[in-house]
Design a binder for this molecule. Structure first.
Ligand SMILES: *Cc1c(COP(=O)(O)O)cnc(C)c1O
Length: 522
């Protein structure tokens, strides 16, 4: 019996083997060409909202369509309308990149299509997951007593399930929170810089946004531990039940690093669960000179890191580590009869679905394993080291140019800065000027930047964790930024101070030739 039928297309069943072989080779050729030339496309596509919908038929096809037609529509209608995260110029948000070995692994992952709910539904996937999370834990210098597992995302949600389960006599997973007058309102602490996924987790877990207390930060955006202690004391007096603190190592906005060792002491003193969110920054701890970023994290009750951010692994690869896997299991394990493994006793095998919200679960361990082996510890360290070096290079340019200023320290690979010409100190004008500069950069198509706000100031933000970004891109980005600045500042001056700078930006910078679909084949 063959899975792929041998020829006749009129037969039922899957695509036949020779077609699969033909298009499989074609797709790999196409991907190779795409990755080689992706920088020639604008990073942000030139389209209007709704354009993609308008380009599609209103109804699903009734008759089979040929792979030629389908692929050519992907190349013609989809690819040019994507934001090109693969482009070396993509420096927005955290620029997650899927490295080539990861792409190959993901093709295999979708071929196997196993769900690692039970050990028996995917023995190798279950065990490989343990192997790779332990490898990575050791590379980051975290202790062996941390059980780890992979999630597609939302590791923090799982961490907070365990934290909620750790509250004595609460049994929230079993009994819920609503309608229980004996239960005080829960309180969760995070800094004002923590990621929105913590708030979303609080929404889902019945803690509610009002159950979160945001702790203010110091001048460099680290959680103020004195404020934390004061807030806990105050909440206890007011009848709240403090239960957890989320510390951030590498905040999304500026990569600020909360003082985890002090937060550990506060958590120990008040008996609170400590979750450390190191989604982006965790891999930096592989570098001996950056190991300090995880100081104190060995005492965390749970810890999350996303290899899909800075470990060259495609999206959908987050790790949750916890010293209390039993709590996760007691909150989340539910085994319907048809999933009972009657061949093995409960303690004989690890069924990862017992620690997870979702039942079907892909096999992301495969791509992480391939990436870790293909680059090796040294290769990963070299790339992360280079990203940190590039960030320092950009920082030096910012600091040595009088018209620009840096707005946050650069411990890792994100640089936050703005244009600030002498004589303009009005915040609204500076915001308008910097918005115009960013729009000009993004419209030109060679780079894609996103912004943040630091102490209320509109801030340009360059994230350098894209595997394709090289030194030459920093130099040419800087030239574009300076040129954009001069044009926008010039417009502002011509209109006379007092008005907002450059409310138009028609003079777009010369952008690279767009090659578009003509280069594609089929
Ligand atoms: C990106 C990011 C997250 C998001 O994590 P998911 O696993 O995708 O939910 C969480 N925390 C920080 C600091 C991040 O930068």
């Amino acid at each position: 019996m063959h899975v792929l039928a041998n020829d006749d297309r009129s037969m039922l069943g899957d695509m036949n083997a020779s077609e699969f072989h033909k298009y499989g080779h074609h797709v790999i050729d196409w991907i190779t060409n795409y990755l080689t030339h992706v920088e020639e496309q604008p990073v942000f596509p030139r389209l209007m909202p709704g354009d993609v919908v308008r380009s599609m038929p209103r109804h699903a096809p009734g008759q089979a369509e040929s792979m030629e037609t389908i692929l050519s529509d992907i190349y013609r209608l989809i690819v040019p309308n994507l934001t090109q995260w693969n482009s070396a110029g993509f420096m927005g948000y955290f620029s997650s990149t899927a490295s080539a070995p990861c792409i190959l692994a993901e093709m295999l992952e979708s071929t196997f299509n196993v769900s690692r709910m039970l050990w028996r539904t995917a023995p190798a996937a279950t065990e490989l997951e343990l192997v790779v999370v332990n490898w990575f834990r050791e590379l980051m210098g975290l202790p062996e007593n941390m059980f780890g597992m992979l999630h597609h995302n939302s590791a923090v949600l799982h961490a907070l399930v365990a934290a909620r389960e750790a509250i004595p006599c609460m049994h929230a997973a079993r009994e819920g929170l609503a309608g229980r007058p004996e239960i005080p309102r829960l309180r969760l602490y995070m800094s004002a810089e923590a990621h929105s996924s913590v708030e979303k987790a609080a929404i889902v877990l019945g803690i509610g946004l009002q159950g979160i207390r945001k702790i203010s930060t110091d001048s460099i955006l680290r959680m103020d531990v004195n404020e934390l202690e004061k807030a806990i004391e105050e909440d206890i007096r007011d009848g709240y039940l403090p239960f957890a603190v989320v510390a951030t190592v590498g905040s999304t906005s500026t990569t600020s690093i909360d003082p985890v060792p002090q937060i550990v002491r506060v958590c120990e003193h008040y008996g609170l669960w400590l979750h450390v969110d190191a989604a982006y920054a965790g891999p930096a701890a592989m570098l001996p000179e950056k190991r300090w970023v995880l100081a104190g994290c060995e005492h965390a009750d749970s810890f999350s890191v996303n290899p899909h951010k800075w470990l060259f692994t495609s999206l959908g690869c987050s790790i949750l580590y916890t010293r209390h896997p039993k709590l996760l299991k007691s909150a989340l394990s539910l085994t319907p009869d048809y999933l009972q493994d009657t061949a093995h006793g409960e303690d004989e095998v690890l069924n990862l679905m017992d620690y997870d919200f979702s039942l079907p679960h892909r096999f992301p361990a495969l791509k992480l394993w391939v990436v870790m082996r293909y680059f090796g510890r040294e290769g990963l360290i070299a790339r992360i080291t280079e990203h940190c070096r590039l960030a320092q290079l950009l920082l030096t340019k910012v600091e040595t140019t009088p018209e620009f200023e840096c707005l946050a320290p650069v411990p890792l690979s994100v640089v936050c800065f703005r244009a600030h010409p002498r004589g303009i100190d009005n915040e609204d004008s500076l915001e308008a000027l910097n918005k115009q500069i960013m729009a000009r950069i993004n419209d030109a198509g060679n780079y894609f930047l996103s912004h943040t706000r630091i102490h209320g100031k509109y801030t340009l933000r360059v994230a350098l964790n894209n595997i394709h970004t090289m030194e030459q891109h920093i130099h040419s980005l800087w030239e574009e930024l300076r040129a954009a600045y001069h044009i926008e500042y010039g417009l502002w001056q011509r209109k006379g101070s007092g008005t907002r700078p450059g409310s138009m930006h028609m003079l777009t910078l010369p952008s690279r030739q767009i090659e578009g679909e003509k280069k594609e084949f089929v």
